[in-house]
Design a protein around this ligand. Structure first.
Ligand SMILES: [Zn+2]
Length: 216
């Protein structure tokens, strides 16, 4: 059996392991892993409804591991447009390799609304909703090809100058850099550039948490 198979099976490790393993959780996975499936209805919840621009069949549920602020690997879930699967996997693989910390990654169905998700520092993509602070316009998140990362560390300043979420105010200060913040030259921003997505951090009303395929 090859070493790779051995590692995957785990069964081989019992003989090689020392007789007494220290108590505690297992080591986090050293490599990025992801699984892509259709989206079960319960993972959409109220984030999708009749009249939304993308039908559920064109959305995908991505389950992937990411580093947390606790220095450990976690499994997250994100709903994206089918065309956004490859770029999103590229970006979050690079984020994982760079050990970029992500607070949590849950589907929007677990939240009452986007304000609650932002306050919870949740990283997410698809959500059929209007632009925050501009209810007449549909957010690019309604298409599933926009991603928000660590909203508390990466605030959004809307057209009225209001900071979302409120707890993110201290993160309007971008220097010196703090963990989970996105900066133009870091691994996350570089990975999004590589796949051709644009960053809201460059807008006149900055949206530091926001990346999208078409720049909206
Ligand atoms: Zn956004």
């Amino acid at each position: 059996m090859t070493a790779a198979l051995c590692a995957a099976a785990l069964a081989c490790s019992t003989q090689a392991a020392p007789p007494r393993l220290p108590a505690g959780p297992p080591d986090p996975p050293a490599r990025f892993a992801a699984r892509v499936t259709p989206v079960p209805q319960e993972k959409l919840g109220a984030s999708h409804r009749a009249g939304c621009p993308v039908p559920p069949e064109r959305l995908r549920l991505v389950r992937m591991n990411h580093w947390g602020f606790d220095g450990r690997a976690h499994v997250g879930e994100m709903v994206v447009h089918e065309n956004a699967v490859d770029p999103v996997l590229h970006v979050f693989q690079r984020a994982f390799e760079a050990r970029f910390p992500i607070r949590r990654m849950r589907v929007m169905a677990e939240y009452r609304d986007d304000a609650q998700a932002m306050a919870d520092d949740n990283t997410s993509a698809f959500n059929c909703r209007p632009v925050t602070g501009d209810p007449r316009r549909l957010s690019r998140h309604a298409w599933g090809d926009a991603v928000d990362i660590n909203p508390v560390e990466n605030p959004y300043v809307d057209v009225n100058g209001i900071v979302h979420p409120p707890a993110a105010r201290t993160h309007l200060r971008r220097s010196p850099s703090r963990p989970g913040q996105i900066h133009p030259d870091d691994a996350v921003a570089a990975a999004f550039r590589r796949v051709g997505w644009q960053w809201g951090g460059r807008w006149a009303n900055p949206d530091y948490q926001h990346f999208s395929a078409n720049g909206e």
